[in-house]
Design a protein around this ligand. Structure first.
Ligand code: SF4
Length: 357
């Protein structure tokens, strides 16, 4: 059986890339891709090949804005139970973190799924589930929203849509990107066709790929080949799971429950149609609507604390080690930003595998 972690095969692909004699910069947008790149030493292996791979805005916790977390803290401090994924707890904001709110007596619960939050609704007065993630997780939220829900249950949607953010990065033009490595799990839902227009409009090669070391190396080689051959296509390295049309049922369900809205991302100004909010039909379970009066009274909060450079990290401008606080003032125990809190954040991944402190 073909092994996706075969070191000899990895070395052969590296040699093939080297032979192409290029000088290129690619971007991926996925915490799991970053984990694979660092954990298996692929970024090191690529060092002499002339190819550099940067992480973009692909960590759901990281791209959630300080204002959205401050909204959740405000609700928690007002007697609403907040249910979140564990990675969100320690993200600092100028008004503290959800973990701080919990230690001060607010009811903040860590859940593993939206279903957990629905179940817990029977124990509390008002329950809000903070829904985060890209096209991989929005179908799960959508599937629950169409069920009979407890009256006291609502969702604060922080779901994001990947392509508008990629478009924003390219339009901002802070550095040149020669090719994009697209996340296989997003494409399982969306299919590969949604990337076609992007390749045509921006003349940028793309490869959808999986999460094993050889997936990433093959995707890198496929991008190099496209560039050498003067192509800007969408290629699918992850054919074992991704189909051109994606998961039509899941995609339709998302479109039934959610509508695209303009929203800021951490490190970005407002990006048009880059997030999912619940459609009007679900207003009775939309925390952004139910608690609108309360949340509108909260003063906006500053995005970055103490010189944290997560915004630049998420735009692929810097590596973790280029942040002066990395591994010193900022570490997983005392994080200054979400990129150090989340296990999908670039700073957290670098800290774990580069063995700082
Ligand atoms: Fe922010 Fe810490 Fe990362 Fe620096 S090392 S960018 S302070 S999370």
């Amino acid at each position: 059986m073909f092994k996706l972690r075969d070191e000899d095969a990895a070395k052969k692909i590296i040699e093939l890339i080297k032979k192409e004699n290029v000088n290129l910069r690619f971007m991926h947008v996925c915490g799991t891709h970053q984990d694979t790149l660092v954990r298996f030493g692929i970024e090191q292996m690529l060092k002499d090949t002339g190819v550099e791979i940067r992480q973009g805005p692909g960590c759901p916790v990281c791209v959630t804005t300080a204002d959205e977390i401050a909204d959740a803290i405000t609700l928690a401090n007002s007697g609403v139970t907040i249910a979140v994924f564990g990675d969100m707890m320690k993200v600092p904001t100028p008004i503290g973190s959800l973990a701080d709110a919990k230690s001060n007596g607010a009811d903040v619960r860590i859940v593993y799924s939206i279903e957990d939050a629905v179940r817990l609704s029977s124990e509390v007065d008002k329950m809000v589930f903070m829904a985060i993630g890209f096209e991989t997780t929005s179908p799960t939220t959508a599937a629950v929203m169409v069920e009979d829900l407890p009256e006291n249950f609502s969702v604060y949607s922080c779901h994001r849509i990947l392509l508008p953010a990629l478009q924003a990065i390219i339009n901002m033009g802070e550095f040149h990107i020669d090719g994009l490595i697209e996340p296989g799990h997003v494409a399982v839902i969306t299919g590969t066709k949604i990337f076609d227009e992007f390749s045509v409009k921006y003349n940028i090669p793309q490869v959808v790929t999986g999460f094993e070391p050889l997936d990433l190396l093959m995707a890198t080689y496929m991008l190099v080949k496209q560039i050498k051959e003067g192509r800007a296509d969408v290629e699918n390295e992850y054919k074992r799971l991704v189909k051109p049309e994606g998961n039509v049922k899941a995609f339709n369900l998302v479109n039934e429950v959610f509508k695209p809205v303009d929203r800021a991302w951490r490190g970005f100004p407002m990006i048009p149609l880059s997030a999912y909010d619940l459609r009007e039909k679900y207003d009775d379970h939309n925390a952004r609507k139910i608690y609108e009066d309360l949340l509108s009274k909260r003063a906006p909060v500053k995005e970055e604390i103490g010189g944290c450079r997560c915004g630049e990290m998420l735009r692929g401008i810097i590596d973790p080690e280029q942040c002066p606080a990395f591994g010193k003032a900022c570490n997983p125990r005392y994080p200054m930003g979400p990129c150090m809190v989340s296990r999908e954040g670039g700073c957290n991944i670098a800290f774990r595998y580069h063995g700082k402190l």
